[in-house]
Ligand binder design. Sequence first.
Ligand SMILES: Nc1nc2c(ncn2[C@@H]2O[C@H](COP(=O)(O)OP(=O)(O)OP(=O)(O)O)[C@@H](O)[C@H]2O)c(=O)[nH]1
Ligand SMILES: *[C@@H]1O[C@H](CO)[C@@H](O)[C@H](O)[C@H]1NC(C)=O
Ligand SMILES: *[C@@H]1O[C@H](CO)[C@@H](O)[C@H](O)[C@H]1NC(C)=O
Ligand SMILES: [Mg+2]
Length: 376
Amino acid sequence: MPVISSTQRKPLLIALAIVFLFVIFQTVPIQFQRTTSTTTQSNAWTSSSSDSMSVGPPTTTAPWQNKTRANAAFVILTRNSELDALRKTMQQLEARFNSKYNYPYVFLNDEDFTDEFRELTTSMTSAETHYGIIPKEHWSYPPWIDVEKADQARQRMAEQGVLYGDSVSYRHMCRFESGFFYRHPLMQNFDYYWRVEPSVEFYCDLDYDPFLFMQENNKKYGWTISLLEFESTVPTLWETTRAFMKEHPEYIPNNNLLNFISDNGGESYNLCHFWSNFEIGDLNFLRSPEYTAYFEYLDKAGGFFYERWGDAPVHSIAVGMFLNKSEVHFFDDIGYRHDPFMHCPTNQNTQKKCHCNAEDNFDYTPFSCMNRWQAA
Ligand SMILES: Nc1nc2c(ncn2[C@@H]2O[C@H](COP(=O)(O)OP(=O)(O)OP(=O)(O)O)[C@@H](O)[C@H]2O)c(=O)[nH]1
Ligand SMILES: *[C@@H]1O[C@H](CO)[C@@H](O)[C@H](O)[C@H]1NC(C)=O
Ligand SMILES: *[C@@H]1O[C@H](CO)[C@@H](O)[C@H](O)[C@H]1NC(C)=O
Ligand SMILES: [Mg+2]
């Protein structure tokens, strides 16, 4: 019997370990590949066989393979300088949803889009892309605005340190998003929109069509994040809204959502709003007589320029006045970030399709209006 000395044992053990590792590396990836491919196949089988009892090869029936689409588009107001941030956003939106559904994009700008912008956004998608310029009247002072008074108001707000308090372009942007984007010629033929901004992120696979969901369930407005507005930007928005409601009781249904935006039966505004950098909505709601009347009333009052009324509180108050809760949808399954806040689904099953950390979900933090929504 050969004797193995202790100095000989070490190399032998190392050799054995190498052989063992080699065997593991050879088999594990193969096993892994096998499991994944069988899973995909069995999914295809089960989903098709549950639909029909037909014999023959299985046909895959992923939801997006149904070619029915809503009459809808993404709408992106942006500047040429935001190209890189936007491309990053489009990459996620395409990967998570639109490479399967192929909804068109409408890009809008107060200036002409550059050739570079057009080429490098078109190249991000196989869907149609449309580029529009905003008519001057939709991005300038209307004739009834006292420009000097607006200048003074901005200066005052800048001194008070109000976010974007000194910015004219920000005010044009808010007014445009409040009252004009849905009237742009490139939007005329669509019924639903999904608003997107440069730099926002999409964290979850969306394996169904949210536009068709809206259409089939009679939803007019969809959102993912709701929060409190800075009061200094909207000091007279609520009294203006109350005056509007008094003049137009015919537009205000009984079972509306005013409880989401007021804690005292409409006496005052609680500053809650849906964060409008993300919206999936019904364009015909925004084109309705009641929304049109409301926007024109606000526009005449001048608060887009004398204060800094945001399109988010304007849209949200309109939703609160004109719609009931069943016409508004919280898209819990759309993981979404616009700095500094994120909505991340906390349901473990939904999480499997996402890449966000549910511990950083905004919904139940003090600045959020989720509790108000659930109670409304
Ligand atoms: N073409 C154009 N787009 C603008 C202008 N100002 C803002 N936007 C767009 O309008 C949207 C909202 O503007 P943001 O600057 O993101 O405003 P915000 O989301 O309130 O603030 P941030 O925290 O800075 O994102 C974005 O899609 C911008 O690209 C502008 O002067 N011209
Ligand atoms: C495709 O989707 C539409 C809209 O949801 C539905 O009405 C239709 O029945 C679907 N078609 C098939 C073949 O499933
Ligand atoms: C909400 O409004 C819609 C449209 O007016 C109506 O069909 C629906 O019945 C209303 N739902 C509730 C719960 O009031
Ligand atoms: Mg933004």
